[in-house]
Design a protein around this ligand. Structure first.
Ligand code: HSE
Length: 461
């Protein structure tokens, strides 16, 4: 194959002389042979010729680091090793793909690669959510690349659009469904009326939920992805600890039913947005900075909202930018082949950078916006109550909302003998005021229970 084929794809770019070419491959190490690693290896093999044409030099797999050698993994035995450190250090390894997941040993191995000037492609959202600064600094020092498209929403290109396509715009908001497991569960609850426990069991049986579903259903996975998206969107370092997080384990079939009555459904949303400078702090004119709010929680959204149509295990991310307007990215957010597609896209970029002497954009955190606490981000609420059905109860319930300064938008009542279900939807309210209202309602003699409190997103006030 002719190296000039690669050269012609990058007009005017200079090939780094002598190091790589048709007969001098770019060496790849893959760390981890789970669903994604297996597919990365398959694509490298099946599309070797196309990949070579796109890069200018062959991408040659030097080795795959696995935890144990006791299984047939469909790759030649001589490529498998349990010594990931030694594989990364090999002089004929130029690029490292990390698909092990988790913090250690992934972090140590990525740092070793970057410190040795080897570019890294990773799908590791947990690591990036907390350690991007450290990894990016190592990449910067050795002039290596760190790519991570696969860390957020699997196959969906959203990292590169935020870093590159929108680098001349101002992103104001990113709202996404970034966890397929929870979206599968909530969609199924919506469609079948089944409760959370049965739906989770079905999701596990079908392989959508892991044996231990905590990271997904408690929102940790979505929070890590939200931290990465917010960092990119707002040029500010946001870690998982900065993300307000609530999972879906408390969602009931009744929540879906009352949502449906409002022509809404329930989705686990990751919301990243700019909010005004803090109350009581300096105004923008006085140098007060706007802030960043990053949160993950289940919320009602109207069925006509674009994210309501995202069902099953699919993901979608809506980006709102000052000049581009509203953009929506949709597709498969997990799975071996879709995630490997994103890894390969990064791998081709990293390999081309090696071949032509380019660099990936580094970390951009110049804005350093403060993080707004959840209490400073007013939202609309959907409050579901069981009450005694007698004269004056509705007035007393409304009185508590009013007493705490929470304005009611709509109230719906359904009677069941001498009990009634009240569904109250508020206008924008502060979290603290709503919490005080709920505490007061729970203490009322005529209120049997406050059965759920959910936020409502995607509506006009
Ligand atoms: N467990 C994730 C999901 C996929 O359910 O979307 C990997 O981030």
């Amino acid at each position: 194959m002719d190296a000039t084929k690669g050269e012609s794809m990058s007009e005017g770019a200079e090939v780094v002389p002598g190091r790589w070419g048709p007969d001098r491959p770019i060496g790849i190490a893959v760390l981890g042979m789970g669903n994604v690693g297996r597919e990365v290896v398959r694509i490298l093999r099946d599309h070797a010729d196309d990949l070579q044409s796109r890069v200018g030099a062959p991408l040659t797999l030097r080795g795959v680091a696995v935890r144990s050698l006791d299984r047939d993994r469909g790759v030649p035995a001589e490529l498998l090793t349990t010594d990931a450190e030694a594989l990364v250090a090999r002089p004929d390894v130029d690029l490292v793909v990390e698909v092990i997941g988790g913090i250690d040993p992934a972090r140590k191995l990525i740092l070793a690669a970057l410190n040795a000037g080897k570019s890294v492609v990773t799908a590791n959202k947990a690591l990036l959510a907390d350690y991007t600064g450290e990894l990016a600094a190592a990449a910067e020092r050795s002039r290596a690349d760190l790519y991570f498209e696969a860390a957020v929403a699997g196959a969906i290109p959203v990292v590169r659009p935020l870093i590159q396509s929108l680098s001349g715009d101002r992103v104001n908001r990113v709202v996404g469904i970034v966890n397929g497991t929870t979206n599968f569960i909530l969609s199924a609850m919506d469609e079948t009326g089944a409760d959370y426990g049965d739906t989770l069991a079905e999701a596990t049986r079908l392989g959508y939920a892991e044996a231990d579903p905590t990271a997904d259903v408690e929102g940790y996975d979505a929070a890590a992805k939200a931290a990465i998206l917010a960092s990119l969107a707002f040029h500010t370092r946001v870690t998982a600890a900065n993300v307000y997080r609530q999972g879906i384990a408390a969602i009931t079939s009744e929540d879906l039913e009352t949502a449906s009555a409002l022509d809404c459904t329930v989705k686990l949303l990751a919301i990243c947005e700019r909010v005004p400078a803090g109350p009581g702090g300096p105004t923008p004119e006085e140098g007060g900075k706007e802030r960043v709010s990053v949160r993950v929680y289940p919320a009602l959204i109207p069925r006509k909202h674009p994210l309501a149509a995202v069902t099953g295990a699919f993901n979608a991310v809506v980006v709102e930018a000052e000049n581009a307007g509203r953009l929506m990215f949709y597709g498969q957010g997990a799975g071996g082949a879709p995630t490997a597609s994103a890894v390969l896209g990064d791998l081709v970029m990293a390999a081309r950078n090696k071949f032509f002497g380019g660099r990936a954009p580094g970390e951009s955190v110049y804005a350093e916006l403060p993080i707004a606490p959840i209490g400073d981000t007013p939202t609309r609420y959907h409050v579901n109550l069981k009450v005694e059905d007698r004269p004056g109860v509705l007035a007393k319930v409304a009185g508590e909302f009013s007493h705490h300064g929470v304005s009611i938008s709509t109230v719906r009542q359904e009677g069941h003998d001498d009990k009634a279900r009240l569904v109250v939807v508020t206008h924008l309210a502060a979290e603290a005021a709503l919490a005080e209202t709920v505490a007061a309602l729970s203490d009322m003699e005529s209120v049997t229970s406050v059965t759920s409190v959910l936020r409502l997103e995607g509506t006009e006030e």
